[in-house]
Design a protein. Structure first.
Length: 314
């Protein structure tokens, strides 16, 4: 039976890391291992082939093989797959292939060349025409990486014009007011309800949930912490949610370094036993011995208040 993926989606959809062997080949054993890790961390769904999943470094057959393996391993939860591509033909082919493989929906980012509101809205209309209006999709709003600024009114326009848009991956920065504005549109009836999951490594998740976000779609190496914070926020336990989140802030901040963020994330995932190797495919940032020592220091400090970090130090 197909997994339902619609505007009711909530919780944490980790951006799954793509595990590689030291020689650069896909580490298929670690694909299963990291999938189990995300499930045990309370993931409500998974997101594959995102920017931090090194999607541009994969061959098409590799990408599809990973999707098939994760769908089989994570049976029962929605799998969202990034299908952004330079052209609509490639996007449509990948979207149809991953949906046939069991994905529940796809994620589409705006092309970096878009500049005007009409260009942005038109792009998503064309994307939906290409992949088919029957495929649920996530609108990825990531201006810091893509250079495309999508104002709240344009997001409302895209959602209104495309009923298959069921979720916003929100990672504008600063972006708290954008979340509030979108929820205000819903409250006044000018925009239909939509799920909002947030990225940016989880750096603002504590307040994003309070502004109306339904959870997170990001790849921080402690997805179990993200799941706990979201659950506490939804239960109204504000102080406890902030206490847990605050303990992770130094490591969250360290992971935000441009060019090194994925290296930090994969190093910690390896330390936690989620993947066998922290290998990235080139081009890639590389951690120095000093950087690894700093991460270990942050993990040791975190372990004082969060037992989950103790396992990363063994």
């Amino acid at each position: 039976m197909p997994v339902v993926f619609d505007h009711h989606a909530k919780g944490v959809f980790p951006i799954a890391a793509t595990p590689f062997l030291p020689d650069g080949r896909i580490d298929t054993s670690s694909v299963d291992r990291v999938t189990d890790f995300y499930l045990e961390s309370g993931a409500s769904g998974l997101t594959l082939l995102g920017i931090m999943g090194e999607a541009p470094k994969l061959e098409p057959d590799e990408a599809l093989a990973i999707v098939k393996q994760v769908v089989k391993r994570a049976s029962g939860i929605p799998i969202v797959v990034g299908v952004s591509a330079p052209g609509f033909a490639a996007m449509a082919a990948l979207a149809k292939n991953v949906m046939a493989a069991g994905a529940a929906g796809v994620m589409i980012a705006p092309a970096p060349s878009l500049r005007t509101d009409d260009q942005i809205a038109g792009y998503f209309r064309q994307a939906v025409t290409a992949i088919g209006a029957d495929i649920p999709f996530v609108l990825q709003d990531y201006p810091l990486a893509l250079g495309v600024v999508i104002a709240p009114g344009v997001i409302k326009r895209i959602i209104t014009e495309n009923p298959s848009c069921v979720m916003l991956k929100h990672e504008d920065w600063p972006g708290l007011e954008k979340i509030s504005t979108l929820r205000r549109f819903e409250a006044e009836g000018s925009m239909r309800p939509i799920s909002i999951l947030c990225g940016n490594g989880g750096l603002f998740l504590d307040f994003e949930t309070e502004r109306g976000a339904n959870g997170a779609m990001t790849g921080y190496a402690f997805p179990d912490m993200l799941s706990e914070v979201v659950a506490l926020a939804q239960a109204g336990n504000r102080d406890r949610a902030h206490d847990i989140f605050d303990a992770h802030l130094p490591l969250l901040r360290y992971e935000q370094q441009q060019g090194l963020g994925l290296a930090v994330r994969k190093y910690v995932l390896q330390r936690r036993g989620a993947i066998a190797h922290d290998t990235q495919r080139a081009p890639a940032g590389k951690l120095s011995a000093e950087a690894k020592a700093e991460i270990d220091f942050l993990l040791a400090r975190l372990a004082r208040v969060d037992d989950r970090a103790k396992f990363a130090l063994r």
